[in-house]
Structures are given as C-alpha cells and as structure tokens.
Design a protein around this ligand. Structure first.
Ligand code: KET
Length: 442
C-alpha cells in the first residue's frame, strides 16, 4: 500500500500515468526490442524542470554578465560577495587533520555519538529535562533535508496519522520531501500578504480544524521564505492548541542563531514544547549556522514520553536509515563535535554567527534606505521588520523576471531575496532594479 502510494506520487511528479495492478507506466510504450533498434531505453524520459531554488544558481552560473547577482539560494556571503568558511571550522578541521588517531571507519547507522549528544544539547538546552531523562533519541542525518526525510519516513511507517500540515507558504522542498516519504500534505494559513505579517487567526483556525493527531510542521525560527515568526505569546497559544488537540509538532530548525543572533533565543519555541513534557520531532541543520552547506551535516531528534519508547524509536530509525544510505558521513559531524565540545571554540562560533546575523541586518537597513532614497513607491518597512536570511519582498513573478532579464539579478520567482547574498557594493544595483521593476514593469 505505502509503496503503491509512493510510486503513484512519483509518477504524478514525473507526469506519467500508472497502472496500479501491474505497476507499469501505461503512457510509456516500453517495447523490449526498442533498445536493439538504436533507440535509448530511456528515450521516453522527459526533461524535468530545474529546482525552483537550486535552479536559480544554475541560471546564474550561465549568465556571462559581470554585474550578475545571485540572491536565490540561502547561502551566506561576505561583504565582498565571497562564500565564508568560519574560522572555527578551519581550526576544527586542522585539529582533525593533526590527530593521527582519527580513522575513516564507517560510523554507526545513527552517526557520531558525540555529535548527536551535543546537537540535542544545542537545540534543547544543556539542562533539558528530556535529555536528563534519556527520552530523546538523536540520529545524525544528511543535513536538514535528510533529517526531515528520515523523520517523515519514520512517521509514515509508525505513526497513526499520515497527514502533515505545512505553513502556506513554506520552503519549496517541504511538500516533496514529505510526500515522497509517504505522508499526505495539507497546508495551514501562515502569511498574510496584506499586512506582510503572520495570519495568526488563520493559523489557529486551520490547526484548530486539523484532525486529531495530525503532524504539524513548524519552522523553529526565521521562517523561510517569509521572515515572519510568531511572537513568544503567539507561540504559547500555538503550543496550547497543538497540545490540546493532540497534534504532533515536527520542527524544522535550519536557521538556529540566524534569527536573533543568539542560539538560545532562537531555540525557545522548541524548548517551550519540550518543557510541557509532550512528544515532538526536530530536524537540525548546520548548513547555515556553521556554514557547512556542502558537508551535509544535520540531526533528527525525537523527544519521547519515556526512555523505553525512545530506545524503541531509535531501533526503528536505524531500519529507515540503513537501506537509504547505510550510515552518515564522518567529516562534517566531526567538525561540529569538535566545536561544540570545546568551550573556547564554541564561544568563538557564537561570535562569528552573530557577525553573520548582524551583517544581514545591516543589509536590510541599507536596502531599505536605498529604496527610500530613490522614492520607490510602496511601503518597504517589511525589509527591516522581517528576520533571518530572507526578505519576502512582495515582488511578483513578472517583476522578478524583469529584474533577472534587465539587471541580471537572480532570485526565486516568489519574490524572495537572500539578504545574505547582498553586500554594500551590490545594494545600489538591487535598489535600482527593484525601483525599475516597481515603476515600469508593474
Ligand atoms: N529547511 C529549511 C526551512 C530550509 O530553508 C532549508 C534550506 C533546509 C531545511 C535544508 O537545508 P540543508 O542544506 O538540507 O540543511 N534552504 C535553502 C537551500 C535549499 O533550498 O536547499 C534555501 O531555501 O535557499
């Protein structure tokens, strides 16, 4: 059943009709002899569209213009527009290289034990009762995406409710990850374009009418793409609603430290849900906050009612992971463990993280001032009000296309710009482009 559903989903994804009885694709004429006639056995394969986010980088790379600017993917750049490897990461890597006792053996299916313990402490807090009571299981996964995928697949196999509610809008990969893991995706209202803020009433109504036990995907902080988070009081109301209805929270924590500049403050919503003793899942990513994008390092934690359940849950997570990729890579997790274990390196990390967060905030101010100076029509105060890596500008897809064509500025078609990709030097160019898009292309 589950595999039928997944094959069906995949088929729809690829635009192919499936015959469920025989598991064959009816739109495809799969003649066994076609390979012998010089045709490829893959000749029916249709070209898939580029990914809405990563495809922006593909298009950017093809553009020969010297003024081109990539504000698509959420990846931090220095004020010189260069990718940044944190100093603490360089130091940790040096330590790893110098330590001749380190080997390249396989990690356990669940990953590096130290990394898992330290990751749980980072998100739940060092004094978390759930950790002390041994009722958290943490497994190292392939960054945030892999953690979401493993968590979703565990839920599809072992949880009684297969429906997951995701915010509208959300990170574009969420619906695909969850659907292909075997969950069925519904949305809850989140963003109100009129106020460019949270549609709190809509959110409460939609979660209030969700079936009991449904899974709810929550962005732990720095909501992507809107840059709009609930206030602490609103989080408390959401928590009460979720707990009273027996919904299951699944937090996506891809930006811890990027919202406020503080790792602890950004973890508060998650800790609020742990404090009430209830169960939940968290997917953590170190891509952004440690700049370890390509190392693919993250963790899935499941907080359970008691240690016995947590142990059994972990045993089943291993059965999800083993046939998927066997066990996770060692290098990135070792870097994270070295940094989180050493007080000095940890402190240095928090300073570098805060500097990244502060540079993004200063880009918000500079872009806002530049638009004001140009007298660009509209209220652009949301640029400074929104938080995290992105500004959800409100520009429509035609205006985005205009900016790409005329100004070589690359961003996602929903009008999201990565503030982390902007620099003092490129702000005027972006402001010119937005001004032109708003005044001419509208
Ligand atoms: N969750 C959210 C909310 C998110 O924005 C991303 C990445 C991820 C998870 C996954 O990150 P990982 O690299 O698997 O740890 N977002 C940026 C990059 C991408 O789309 O892959 C982005 O939105 O630009």
């Amino acid at each position: 059943m589950a595999s039928d559903r997944r094959i069906g989903v995949l088929a729809r994804h690829l635009g192919v009709e499936m015959d469920f009885e025989s598991h064959t694709a009816t739109a495809i004429s799969a003649s066994p002899t076609s390979g012998f006639q010089g045709n490829s056995v893959f000749s029916h394969v249709v070209r898939a569209p580029e990914d809405p986010i990563l495809g922006v980088t593909v298009a950017y790379n093809k553009d020969p213009s010297p003024v081109k600017l990539n504000l698509g993917v959420g990846a931090y750049r220095t004020d010189e527009g260069k990718p940044l490897v944190l100093n603490v990461v360089r130091k940790a890597e040096q330590q790893l290289v110098n330590d001749r006792s380190r080997v390249k053996e396989y990690l356990p299916i669940t990953g590096l034990a130290d990394f898992n313990k330290l990751s749980a402490k980072l998100i739940f807090g060092a004094d978390s009762p759930a950790i002390q009571e041994n009722r958290v299981t943490t497994v190292q996964c392939l960054s945030g995406t892999g953690s979401l995928r493993v968590g979703a697949e565990f839920l599809a196999r072992h949880y009684h409710q297969r429906t997951i509610y995701i915010p509208q809008p959300t990170w574009g990969n969420h619906p695909k990850v969850f659907t292909l893991a075997g969950l069925s995706v519904k949305t809850y209202r989140y963003y109100d374009p009129a106020t460019r803020g949270l549609n709190f009433q809509g959110l409460l109504e939609d979660l209030g009418s969700a079936p009991s036990g449904a899974i709810v995907l929550l962005h732990a902080c720095a909501h992507n793409p809107t840059g709009v988070d609930p206030t602490p009081q609103q989080w408390e109301n959401i928590r009460q609603l979720i707990r009273s209805k027996g919904l299951l929270p699944f937090f996506d924590s891809a930006y811890q430290g990027f919202a406020s500049g503080s790792l602890d403050s950004d973890a508060q919503p998650v800790r609020m849900f742990v404090a009430d003793g209830g169960e939940l899942l968290v997917a953590q990513s170190y891509a952004k906050n440690m700049g370890l994008y390509g190392e693919r390092v993250g963790a899935l934690s499941i907080v359970c009612r008691n240690a016995d359940v947590a142990g059994r849950v972990e045993s089943q997570l291993k059965l999800v992971i083993r046939p998927m990729y066997s066990n996770p890579p060692i290098h990135g997790a070792s870097i994270v463990a070295v940094i989180l274990k050493d007080r000095n390196l940890y402190n240095e990390w928090t300073i570098e993280l805060k500097a990244m967060a502060d540079r993004i905030i200063s880009m918000r101010r500079q872009l806002f001032d530049a638009l004001r100076a140009r007298g660009t029509p509209g209220d652009w105060s949301h640029i400074i009000k929104q938080i995290g890596m992105f500004t959800f500008t409100g520009l429509n897809s035609e205006q985005v296309a205009f900016m790409t064509k005329e100004y070589h500025i690359y961003m996602t078609s929903d009008g999201r710009i990565s503030m982390a990709g902007l620099s003092s030097k490129t702000v005027p160019h972006l402001a010119d482009a937005i001004h032109a898009a708003v005044t001419r292309a509208a």
